[in-house]
Design a protein around this ligand. Structure first.
Ligand code: C2E
Ligand code: CA
Ligand code: CA
Length: 578
């Protein structure tokens, strides 16, 4: 929805309006009256002193009072000019009235009283009238200009509808006053085709016609609700619906706008039909802020476009957010793969005597804000989006190269365990990838282990078995990951060519809380041993769990108690220290 440019638009228009309003707001009303009163006092002093012959003493000299007439006359003129400049039409009328009342009086005193000393006063009076008229005309020009700027700031020039700025003003107002309303995002269907095939002029005509019809619906009150329709940009419009009783009312209103488009657009010289997609969200039920409202109604509208069904109206629902998050995550993964920024950590695995067995490589990704994104969030999305093989491979390449070097350097016998998604394993060039990995990293095949979840036993069993057997032939070890969480058949397990069984953390968590849970873990371990597997317990966090696992014959441990996932450097130090 072009949120960013709209936000900055909003700010700049708001700034412009504030500046334009500044002049008007700054002149307080009480000053208007003070200036007029001051004006009359000055004139009173002038006329009284002129005829009284009074004088005042300054520096031992007696000065007749009328010598100060010029000073008071200037003050009175300044007062009247300030009124004319700062008080718009009211100031103009007041100043002109006062001056025009005064003019005949002063003129009379010149003509009747043959008092030529008042002649400059008459001239000044006439000049002031002229100046006041000039000021008024100038102010009016500025006012008209301001008015048209303000109108432009809130109007869409093409259609004459209110624009985005006006819409945000209204939404903010409604939110502030907690008035319920529905925000509907509208987007024309196939508008690009009209523009591309018939040209912009026809496109514009279509927008103007649609706006005319919608305006008629909104202003005619035919929808039964209080509506406000505006154009955002291009072929995007917004509808704000108020005074509804139910969701049904909102829907009925929107249907009126949908129906308004149905008539053929032949009055603009072309005979085609137009339709639009409508998505809406309701304040305060769906969301509480303007940004949410706009983004949610936009999401609902996009969903209409995607579904391409005959229903053109969609209400926002929470599951749309999940979809949106998935899409966002997908693009983050793609971005990380493109920039080769998927990385890994190494979590140590130990035998029961706390001797290092090896490391499991765990994929890691960082968001744009630098924060870690949990693999529990991005791995499932990568699986669905068909990107998991690329994520796996990035970890394979980097971790194997690091551990390969480490083994060459130290002669250590540590294992490297890599997680493989079933989807990845099923790819036809998987075997080639593994043999290339061994060759390029120099890691001994028997120090490499692939962790596969037990779901492999259900999906395409035969193909998977062949592949796993080939991998075994290369000397690579196989671990069954998350054992016990999925559907695993004993008969499959019996034939499964694995070396290691990984008991899922959920069983280890429960193990010490009840005797039956402990017996269950003990049974898995014995079963694993009977089938010829070693057994490792995942997610071990407490000493008491280690004790129990020792007693029931577990072979290995992986868990925070003895080691969290480490950076490759720290894992290297651990190997060298051992
Ligand atoms: P997993 O394969 O079962 O990996 C073990 C997870 O348990 C890791 O979480 C690890 O950090 C966590 N863990 C280990 N010990 C403890 C503990 O004592 N307490 C707790 N609370 N957690 C512990 P992580 O790294 O978040 O990985 C989550 C899952 O993401 C993995 O589960 C695995 O299924 C998947 N994954 C990670 N890396 C890859 C990869 O490169 N490829 C594929 N296909 N999947 C991966
Ligand atoms: Ca694993
Ligand atoms: Ca696991």
């Amino acid at each position: 929805m072009g949120d960013i440019h709209k936000k900055s638009d909003r700010k700049s228009i708001q700034g412009t309006l504030d500046r334009l309003y500044f002049l008007k707001k700054s002149a307080p009303a009480f000053l208007f009256w003070i200036l007029l009163v001051l004006y009359f006092i000055c004139n009173l002093i002038i006329s009284v002193s002129a005829s009284s012959g009074a004088s005042i003493m300054i520096g031992g000299k007696s000065l007749p009072f009328y010598t100060f007439a010029g000073v008071f006359s200037s003050i009175s003129n300044v007062c009247i000019l300030v009124v004319a400049v700062y008080y718009g039409k009211q100031g103009f009328v007041a100043a002109l009235t006062v001056l025009l009342i005064q003019l005949p009086i002063v003129t009379m005193s010149v003509v009747m009283g043959h008092n030529l000393t008042s002649l400059p006063g008459v001239c000044l009076n006439i000049m002031t009238v002229g100046i006041v008229i000039l000021i008024y005309r100038n102010n009016k020009k500025i006012d008209d200009y301001q008015e048209s700027l303000r109108a432009q700031a809130v109007t869409d020039m093409l259609t004459g509808l209110p624009n985005w700025f006006a819409t945000t003003e209204l939404i903010e107002e409604l939110i502030k006053k907690k008035i319920p309303f529905a925000a509907v995002t509208i987007d024309m269907n196939g508008f690009k085709v009209i523009n591309d095939t018939m040209g912009f002029d026809v496109g514009n005509e279509v927008l103007i016609e649609a706006a005319r019809r919608w305006k008629a619906v909104a202003e005619g009150g035919a929808s039964g609700t209080l509506d406000f329709v505006s154009r955002l940009s291009g072929d995007e419009f917004t509808l704000i619906i108020r005074e509804f009783e139910s969701d049904e009312d909102i829907l009925n209103s929107i249907r009126m706008y949908e129906a308004a488009l149905k008539d053929q657009m032949d009055n603009i010289g072309y005979d085609f039909f137009l339709s639009a997609s409508f998505g809406y969200a309701v304040f305060p039920y769906d969301c509480g802020t303007m940004d949410e409202l706009i983004s949610y109604s936009g999401l609902a509208m996009q969903e209409v476009k995607k579904e391409a069904s005959s229903e053109h109206i969609r209400k926002f629902t929470k599951d749309l957010l999940k979809k949106e998050n998935t899409l966002e995550m997908e693009s983050r993964i793609k971005n990380a793969l493109e920039h080769d920024s998927v990385f890994y950590m190494l979590q140590p695995q130990y035998d029961m005597d706390h001797k290092l067995r090896g490391f499991e490589a765990l994929a890691r990704m960082k968001g744009e804000d630098g924060k870690f994104i949990s693999p529990a969030d991005f791995i499932p999305v990568a699986e669905k989006a068909g990107l998991i093989d690329k994520v796996d491979s990035a970890v394979f390449r980097k971790a194997a190269s690091f551990v390969g070097d480490l083994i060459r350097e130290t002669g250590s016998d540590v294992m490297l365990s890599l997680n493989v998604s079933v989807k990845h394993l099923m790819k036809k060039d998987f075997l080639v990838e593994i043999s290339n990995l061994i060759a390029s990293s120099g890691i001994p095949a028997n120090q490499l282990e692939l962790e596969i979840t037990e779901s492999i036993m259900i999906e395409s069993v035969e193909k998977a078995m062949n592949c796993i057997n080939e991998i075994r032939k290369m000397g690579v070890k196989i671990a069954i990951d998350d054992f016990g969480t999925g559907y695993s058949s004993l008969s499959y397990l019996n034939n499964f060519p694995a070396h290691l069984l990984k008991i899922d953390k959920s069983f280890i968590d429960k193990m010490n809380s009840s005797d039956s849970s402990k017996q269950y873990v003990a049974a898995i371990i014995s079963l694993g041993h009977v089938m010829g597997f070693n057994v490792i317990s995942e997610g071990v966090e407490e000493d008491s769990q280690i004790e129990t696992l020792k007693n029931i014959g577990c072979d290995f441990i992986q868990g925070y108690i003895w080691g969290r996932p480490l950076s490759p450097e720290d894992a290297g130090k651990l190997v060298k220290a051992g």
